[in-house]
Design a protein around this ligand. Structure first.
Ligand SMILES: *Cc1c(COP(=O)(O)O)cnc(C)c1O
Length: 501
């Protein structure tokens, strides 16, 4: 362990200081008068803060920042998450004073510029997706799913069509899809995928009927494959009176190439914090705008931005058909603003290249590594694809069939990648394959970076074949090795233990 891997509490030395407060202007004879905090709200003892010098504080925070991994520090091929680079100009614009100091209760006449951002985004996203209009109120992808399903339910209920309580979800779906349906009070019916990874239309047909509210699909699906029967599926769902919901978290490869609206989808959400280059991870602010086709526009939740008779933009709250209110005010404005900067920076011509380059990068990695890693579905992928573990994992069997040497697993590959400074891909998801490794490079990486990743993945495969023990003990160079991830997630210890006791 390096000296500065110590916690700041462990560096503490009684009486050491890094900063001294000046004289308080409120002090009387050198003593600051007591503030009128009620006794019940005051702490009994002084907090046990670490006592350290300025240089120890600086090193503490600098070292902490370097233990973090982000898109700004290295390649992050986390499948399903679209960890593309977020251009710094987005941050500069979000930090502009005129935007930063806004308050949501300011009169609309004083925030015309900000409201114009909503109108501009509405236009841009409608053009990109083939929808008629958007709400920007949902704060995440899953929140958008719930909002979209609320719109779907409300549409059926207001028509007096009360039997439609079931929603169809493919077995390859992202886990949030069935979860959102359940939260919305809908019953989930699963449709199976075929061996080629696409929705089985023959399995879908018998599920259709008067109780179907709609279907939730993502295209390309969670395996990175384009659902080429989508038009037929849309006809079948519409034919039975249902609606099509598009989980647009996988929109990246389609930007400028194809539009969900043209495929027959009625409602969708986008993840601005994935496809539209705003920071994400660690549960930070997100944005999951929901777009709908023309006939569903009145069902969008409130508040919403509209243009009045004088040509001014205003925020309206009342709406007869609206599917309620899903968040305070108009969503996470800073995230929406960053996405708008990104779209305007690329422009109509260049935005078309996002989908093409992300697809090219994924296929390049897939084809370069398929001799070392099992590729269960060999067809051309979109922005991501899934391997099913190593071809030669280095396991050995004795003559009697007993295991002589345990081979390397997907977890071992992921841990070993950390030693080479790459973030691990998504592992053990989707659930269709036992050793899933899901890789999504995005369009923002250079050919050299992709080649460096491919070389490391090949080296790891060679190590696994020769001596899987190297992988099993990985990571060798990370601050921690292999935490118990379940305990870390379920019972996180977020405070210095001395404080708790
Ligand atoms: C990321 C993702 C979601 C959920 O988005 P959040 O913003 O994390 O709630 C839903 N569906 C798919 C396919 C995703 O990749």
């Amino acid at each position: 362990m390096k000296y500065y891997d110590k916690l700041i509490f462990e560096l503490s030395k009684e009486g050491r200081t890094g900063y001294s407060l000046g004289t308080s202007p409120f002090a009387v004879d050198g003593v600051v008068p007591e503030a009128g905090i009620p006794a019940g709200l005051r702490r009994g003892d002084a907090p046990s803060l670490p006592q350290v010098s300025e240089v120890d504080v600086v090193r503490h925070y600098t070292n902490l920042s370097q233990m973090n991994f982000g898109v700004d520090t290295g390649f992050y091929p986390l499948g399903s998450c679209t960890m593309k680079y977020n251009p710094k100009i987005n941050e500069e614009i979000a930090n502009m004073k005129g935007f930063q100091g806004l308050h949501p209760l300011q009169p609309a006449s004083t925030v015309q510029g900000a409201l114009e951002v909503y109108r501009g985004m509405d236009k841009a996203l409608s053009a990109i997706t083939g929808m008629a209009g958007f709400t920007f109120n949902p704060c995440a992808g899953a929140h958008g799913e719930l909002t979209g399903l609320m719109i779907m339910r409300r549409y059926h209920i207001l028509r007096g069509d009360l039997k439609r309580t079931k929603v169809i979800v493919p077995d390859s779906a992202h886990g949030t899809n069935p979860a959102s349906a359940a939260v919305c009070g809908l019953e989930v019916v699963v449709v199976k995928s075929k061996a080629d990874g696409l929705v089985d239309v023959n399995d879908l047909k018998p599920l259709l009927g008067e109780d179907i509210a709609g279907i939730m699909m993502t295209n390309p699906n969670t395996l990175g494959l384009f659902e080429k029967d989508i038009r037929q599926i849309a006809d079948l769902i519409h034919g039975c009176g249902g609606l099509l919901y598009y989980d647009g978290a996988n929109m990246n490869p389609l930007i400028g190439v194809a539009r969900p609206g043209d495929m027959g989808f009625d409602i969708l959400h986008l993840n601005l914090h994935k496809s539209f280059s705003t920071p994400h991870g660690g549960g930070g602010p997100g944005s999951g705008p929901v777009g709908v086709c023309e006939k569903l526009l009145p069902y969008l939740p409130v508040p919403k931005v509209v243009e009045n008779a004088e040509g001014e933009l205003e925020i309206v709250c009342g709406s007869e058909k609206a599917a309620g209110q899903v968040s305070g005010f108009l969503g996470n404005f800073g995230v929406i603003l960053r996405a708008y900067a990104y779209i305007l920076m690329l422009g109509k011509q260049n935005v078309k290249m996002v989908g093409r380059y992300s697809t090219l990068a994924a296929n390049y990695i897939k084809e370069s590594l398929k001799d070392c890693y099992k590729l269960p579905i060999p067809s051309v992928c979109k922005h991501e694809f899934v391997f099913d573990g190593l071809i030669d994992d280095g396991s050995k069997k004795a003559a009697d069939g007993s295991v002589e040497r345990e081979g390397a697993t997907t977890l071992d590959v992921a841990k070993r990648l950390l030693d080479f400074g790459f973030h691990a891909p998504t592992i053990y998801f989707p659930l269709l394959f036992h050793q899933a490794i899901m890789i999504e490079p995005t369009e923002t990486e250079s050919l050299e970076t992709l080649d460096a990743f491919i070389e490391v993945m090949k080296k790891i495969a060679a190590e696994a074949a020769e001596d899987p023990a190297i992988l099993k003990a990985a990571p060798h160079n990370a601050p921690i090795t292999r935490p118990d991830e379940t305990t870390a997630a379920r019972q996180p210890v977020l405070k210095f233990q001395d404080e708790i006791q």
